[in-house]
Design a protein. Structure first.
Length: 285
């Protein structure tokens, strides 16, 4: 697929459909990529953008572990796609104009294209590959270790919220829950930040108190509403890795310092330091 010129985007407010395809450059296939089809209507007197024109293109890197996690999210995938990668590899993301009402292609089309037509699936993949927090989670989380902690942590969290009469869009899970999401260690309790005051009595759910917000180095409104402070996993929002790190640095307890050591070891791929910090964490009160 030859490289297209990036053109200005006409903003229609319509949601995008993400399509995966095999990237081609000068006739050579270079691995899977993502195409985002954006349904559009031309506003009166606006510059016309023809269907099929690429309006945005970016390239992201995906680690071998992140690639396997992404494949599970995309399953089923075309048979020609590699099931594993031995090293970090690029993933091309493109956004194309598609006329409103245009009939979408089959899920698996020519040249390995894979259409994500379900809105929930589309949003989940976009959150993983198009946001900094999502890419960090995709590339650095110990996905296999996380699955061993709890095969379906997301379902457990939804069940806890349901029992407390709280819906998932109302809460942002805190740094303690994030440690388990990244596969670093099991959460000792489930900490949440809420948009409206709620009363949670008993159980593992704990609302982060107002006097703890100073540890986040961000005000309450920005923390809850700005997606740059979030990472989304299984449709649930958690504080981002950097936001959790700022919280732990500011609070500075012995357990926080050990968590910070684990977080740094995770990013730098120091498995021995990660294992050592995990052992130390088990001995802390």
């Amino acid at each position: 697929m030859p490289e297209e010129e990036v053109l200005p985007m006409v903003d229609s407010g319509a949601t995008s459909a993400v399509v995966t395809a095999v990237r081609e450059l000068d006739g050579a296939q270079e691995g899977p990529g993502l195409l985002a089809l954006t349904p559009m209507e031309d506003a009166w007197s606006s510059e016309m953008v023809l269907p099929g024109v690429v309006t945005e293109r970016q390239e992201v890197s995906v680690s071998s572990g992140g690639w396997q996690y992404l494949l599970r999210c995309l399953d089923p995938v075309p048979p020609g796609w590699p099931r594993s990668r031995s090293h970090k590899a690029p993933l091309v993301v493109k956004r194309l104009v598609m006329a409103v009402g245009m009939r979408p292609p089959a899920r698996v089309a020519q040249k390995g294209w894979l259409l994500l037509s379900c809105p929930q699936e589309r949003e989940r993949i976009a959150e993983l590959v198009l946001t900094p927090g999502g890419r960090h989670f995709l590339n650095h989380a110990l996905h296999a270790h996380r699955a061993r902690f709890s095969p379906d942590f997301g379902a457990e969290l939804r069940c806890l919220l349901s029992r407390s009469g709280v819906s998932s869009p109302e809460v942002l899970f805190g740094p303690e829950a994030l440690m388990q999401v990244y596969g670093l260690r099991k959460a000792r309790y489930i900490d949440v930040l809420t948009k409206a005051p709620v009363s949670l009595t008993g159980g593992p759910l704990r609302v982060i108190a107002s006097d703890e917000f100073e540890h986040f180095c961000a005000d309450r409104t920005r923390l809850l509403e700005d997606s740059r402070h979030h990472v989304v996993s299984d449709g649930l929002a958690f504080v981002s890795f950097d936001t959790a790190r700022a919280f732990k640095r500011h609070r500075g307890s012995w357990r926080d310092r050990n968590d910070l050591s684990m977080m740094q070891a995770l990013e730098r791929r120091y498995r021995w330091r990660l294992h050592l910090a995990s052992l130390v964490g088990r001995m802390l009160p």
